[in-house]
Design a protein around this ligand. Structure first.
Ligand code: SF4
Length: 378
């Protein structure tokens, strides 16, 4: 724990917060979006927002992979799971994300669908080898961080000649989502001054793909890690850039992230996947070239082709504000059903499922502070 504890030091955190407070310009505001759900979780868990001056506002971004998958894709997985020949495998959180009319993979399992919770892509391969008479579908989700393991599983299935294994691919791309946030139509656009850039994703793709947001679009970006001191340091660097009128890509997470990233993982992804023309995101709508599909050479392992599926666009529950939360246009507590109808035990929307979801993080760590604030102002 040596390397974690050092980045969780309370005294250092308070000193960094004091340094931030000394550096902010009281005549302006600072609206900083943390892209990653992991950063959102750390902000909530350590109460970092309460250490910041009032004119520094953190805006939660769309970087939770479970949250951004739209209902239509969840519904597609449920439809596949209900086929008698199919065993559908996915990570635990995906089993609880609501699709149409509150349907989930967990509920489908309760009514007889064969849905398996797995911890790694290789678990899905093991299941496929153990059940040669069944069609094992791996419901794959995630940003660039989880894409290489899916590529490994597909290549391994090809090597083993596993013809009962396919992947329902929902891997999405972070830079495209950041571009989507910046390209939001004027009527829905939110004001952002700078970005706390993704840490895990950058270990794979490097910091280079984020340089264009500083160079071409004029937004400071600081890539950072997931410990409280990492995030406070990134906030301080962003504030300094904004005070200086600079827009640069800075890498606070240099102990893990390089400019070019993990080239072996990138080569593996490029070998197995190619860009989709467009992909629907919850909250951001259809974004061009923002997701991956299997290359033609791996078509035998593509569940969309094996089962000739149709993908429908399905609106969220009408009380659900996940789309606005994912765009940074609303905070979790501004959704009318937050902590009332929608809780982690009974999620109405996707942002309440994963620990990286803004609503789940705020429910777990921040909702009592909301009450205190409300009581203090009444
Ligand atoms: S509280 Fe629930 S329904 Fe509302 S935005 Fe959050 S996850 Fe969606």
């Amino acid at each position: 724990m040596k390397y974690l504890e050092a980045f969780r030091d309370g005294d250092l955190a308070r000193r960094l917060a004091a340094a931030i407070a000394a550096e902010v310009d009281e005549h302006r505001g600072y609206r900083l979006m943390e892209f990653c759900g992991g950063h959102t979780h750390t902000l909530a868990r350590y109460g970092l927002e309460r250490l910041l001056p009032d004119n520094v506002e953190m805006i939660h971004g769309p970087g939770c992979p479970v949250c951004v998958l739209p209902s239509g894709r969840i519904e597609l997985a449920i439809d596949l799971a209900r086929r008698p020949e199919v065993m559908l495998c996915s990570y635990g959180d995906m089993l609880r994300v609501p699709g149409k009319n509150g349907a989930t993979l967990m509920k489908a399992r309760a009514t007889g669908a064969d849905v398996r919770m797995i911890y790694s892509t290789l678990d899905a391969l093991k299941i496929a080898r153990a059940h040669p008479d069944r069609d094992v579908v791996f419901f794959a989700i995630g940003f660039e961080t989880t894409t290489p393991p899916t590529a490994v599983a597909i290549k391994e299935a090809q090597r083993l000649g596993l013809n009962n294994f396919t992947v329902l691919c929902n891997h999405v791309l972070t830079p495209a989502a950041m571009a989507g946030i910046l390209g939001t139509p004027a009527e829905q656009a939110i004001h952002v001054d700078g970005f706390v850039g993704p840490g895990h994703v950058s270990t794979v793709i490097g910091s280079r793909p984020f340089e264009r947001f500083a160079r071409d679009d004029g937004y400071p970006v600081v890539i950072t890690g997931f410990e409280p001191l990492d995030i406070l340091q990134a906030i301080r660097q962003l504030i300094r850039q904004l005070n200086d009128g600079r827009a640069e890509l800075e890498n606070e997470y240099s102990r893990v992230v390089s400019r070019d990233g993990n080239q072996k993982a990138q080569a593996l992804m490029a070998e197995v996947f190619e860009l989709r023309d467009t992909f629907e995101w919850r909250g951001l709508g259809s974004l061009p070239r923002s997701a991956l599909k299997l290359r033609a050479e791996f078509a035998d392992f593509d569940a969309e082709q094996r089962f000739a599926v149709q993908i429908e666009s399905i609106p969220d529950h009408k009380a659900c504000e996940c789309a606005a939360v994912l765009r940074g246009a609303k905070r979790p507590e501004q959704c009318k059903v937050f902590a009332m109808v929608c809780t982690p035990d009974n999620p109405l929307g996707s942002c309440m499922v994963s620990s990286e979801g803004a609503c789940a993080a705020h429910y777990r760590y921040g909702r009592f502070a909301d009450r205190k604030t409300a009581q203090a102002t009444t």
